[in-house]
Design a protein around this ligand. Sequence first.
Ligand code: FAE
Length: 545
Amino acid sequence: MSDPTPSGAGITGISRRAFIAGTGSLLGAAALAGRAPAARAAVASTPIAGGAHVPVLVIGTGYGGSVAALRLAEAGVDVHMVEMGMAWDTPGSDGKIFCNTLQPDRRSYWLRTRTKAPLNYFLGFPIDRDIPRHTGVLDAEEFAGITVYQGRGVGGGSLVNGGMAVTPKRENFAGILPSVDANEMYDVYYPRANAGLGAGLVDPAWFDSTACYQYGRVGRKQAQRSGFPFVFVPDVYDWDYMKQEAAGTVPRSALAGEILYGNNYGKKSLQKTYLARAAATGRVTVSALHKVTSVAPAPGGGYAVVIDQIDTGGNVTATKTVTADRVFFAAGSVGTSKLLVRLKATGALPALNDEVGKGWGDNGNVMCGRANHLWDPTGSLQSSIPCCGIDNWAAGGAFAEVAPLPTGIETFASFYLSITKNPNRAAFSWDAATGTVVLNWQTAWKQPSIAMAKTIFDRINATEGTIYRTDLFGVYKIWGDHLTYHPLGGAVLNKATDNYGRLTAYPGLYVIDASLIPGNTTVNPFVTITALAERNIEKIIATDL
Ligand code: FAE
């Protein structure tokens, strides 16, 4: 059994803070491992100089930004990427780059003095703890009605996510991106994205036999007994590495509960895939701990980009202005939307159209746990990497990831992150009084998601004679309805931009991230974000450069 807490203390709500999430992990300290699961060449971290001029500046280093940087560099263009988070290339005093989910330290959260775990209670006790304020890897960004979790650092969300690499069913695509040719996506760009990301399925025979997926087998058995389609789901984790973890021949990562605050070994984050290939071109550099605050037309042509350099306490240590011929907004759904809304409202980019900030959704995320009978244990050793789900989208509007709960002890709990067809959409707007961008999502807007998730779990509970867990999100609270891992929209394709992400009022400005997608992808989103970025950058390179 994996016991990632050195103390081996029991789960009291204090010493074993868990958890998890359904999706999460990240980047690799492959060099630290006995065996590196995937070679990685780091993008040269070269802080940009004030006054510099670059042909292309990419804001953000997540999926959209990494695809843009690689393809532009391959086309012979020099690219500079600006990332507000850290480079995550240096081990801490424990020899690891990332801290464990069960032992959050300053590396865990973005500029917080207390953790904000998505699953914030256990056995009815709150599990959050104080931490030093630091530019940690996971941001729990709070808006009035929702907390939006995002990755911070070179690699963006790939640093903290679960790596579930899911291509939506083709019959659902027209509802996801109606202005995009599905044939092109399924023939060319989804395959290209999946290959670039290194997505692969768990070996079904190993799944059937390994202790670390007992929770998945319980999830399968119960789904099938209630008549729901059970599906294996690809992930970007190195499955061979995970087998070696189970065999005890390499350092543990998925099997040590690493997930939300980074993954030290087996996960193929962007640093090991797109960004490694971008680095190999020799044309891509990155400024970590640099945050873009403004983009405006430059007097001599191109764009003036204002950037704050910050230290690991979040303090601004320098403000730089650089110019770029072209700028790609790849700061994620929230980051890009906030920037564009503010730049339009404050006069830096006043001609952005009125669709900017609109069409934002939470991908219908809602979480819940079920309490199993004593004869259905889910295992004390759980791989933190999810590999399967329950597909009730067509009948009930919900796709549920069978998620891990890697606490290190037997909990008899089944845990799920559901993606639902929630129709609600929110908008970002500028609040002049506070000088901030606000989001008008309301917690009550999760009710359709709960109803859709219940189409699965009420039936499973009825079949199994079981009940919901009420101790994971508060006291007697069943639903994790306060958060999303999957922010989407805010600069929707073919509305805020043209059909390829161009901000047409400003030639040379592009959006290339999750903000292009109007609120829902029916499954986990990063394969679609990557595939859309592949499609758009191909067109932009062919026609604009
Ligand atoms: P993203 O990856 O968020 O990258 C944006 C980058 O821009 C970040 O690194 C920011 O720090 C940076 N940035 C923001 N503002 C600025 C600024 N002003 N200046 C400079 N830099 C800036 O964007 N999706 C899946 O498909 N499967 C999963 O298993 C999964 N699990 C998840 C688990 C967790 C805990 C979380 C938080 C997310 C998960 N996701 C998952 C969602 C996925 O990671 C997310 O959709 C993508 O990362 C979004 O990609 P983007 O390129 O849009």
